[in-house]
Design a protein around this ligand. Structure first.
Ligand SMILES: CC(C)(COP(=O)(O)OP(=O)(O)OC[C@H]1O[C@@H](n2cnc3c(N)ncnc32)[C@H](O)[C@@H]1OP(=O)(O)O)[C@@H](O)C(=O)NCCC(=O)NCCS
Length: 168
């Protein structure tokens, strides 16, 4: 289901957003009207931090993959990029936002992309996007989850420490 506000062109001359299995592009035409184009979603460019296939042991009573399985893998992927940026130990201090956009099923191949979006004194905030590739006969990519997590750099004793300067 694609949510489309026909007045979007009033405030976005160009908008691209991922909605489930389609990417929606809204462009402003010469006469000022909004043109909406859709295309099948592809995996983002670049390498995912994690690729993993959920197993039947990971399903909930309804047969979908348990949300906690997705949350754990999002935390692992975010922690990997935060650890690289912190050049050492980190701990998750906050899950700022977490949206399950679509269910995940056994047979899906889940790809998790994560990137640092903000670095504070001791904290590192990471944006995480999760995609599922399904139906290998006629492959479809579905964006299943979006999340933002904050990690804190820790020293050996578990006390917070300053995030070091980025490696150029
Ligand atoms: C992480 C920990 C050491 C932070 O200690 P603290 O003294 O409470 O830290 P502070 O309140 O000074 O916050 C540290 C940083 O985190 C940020 N932060 C704290 N709470 C936050 C929140 N709810 N959302 C976003 N950022 C937050 C602060 O802004 C600060 O960032 P900055 O230094 O870049 O400005 C401590 O809270 C801790 O050990 N928590 C448990 C972590 C853990 O076990 N995680 C795994 C859970 S299973």
């Amino acid at each position: 289901m694609v949510d489309f506000d026909p007045r979007m062109h009033e405030y976005y001359p160009l908008l691209t957003a991922a909605h489930g299995i389609v990417k929606v592009r809204v462009r402003q035409s010469m006469d000022g009207k909004a043109l909406m184009m859709t295309e099948l979603l592809k995996l983002p460019d670049g390498q995912p931090v994690l690729r993993v296939a959920p197993m039947p042991a990971d399903v909930n009573a309804a047969g979908d993959i348990f949300g906690g399985w997705v949350m754990a893998h999002v935390d692992i992927a975010g922690g990997i990029v935060a650890t690289q940026r912190a050049r050492g130990r980190v701990a998750t201090v906050a899950v700022n936002s977490f949206q399950f956009k679509q269910p995940v099923s056994v047979g899906d191949v889940v790809s998790i992309y994560a990137q640092v979006i903000e670095v504070g004194r001791t904290s590192i905030t990471v944006d995480v996007s999760v995609y599922a590739e399904r139906n290998p006969v006629n492959p479809v990519v579905v964006k299943v989850t979006e999340a933002k997590l904050t990690f804190v750099a820790l020293d050996r004793e578990g006390a917070k420490r300053l995030v070091p300067a980025a490696v150029p």
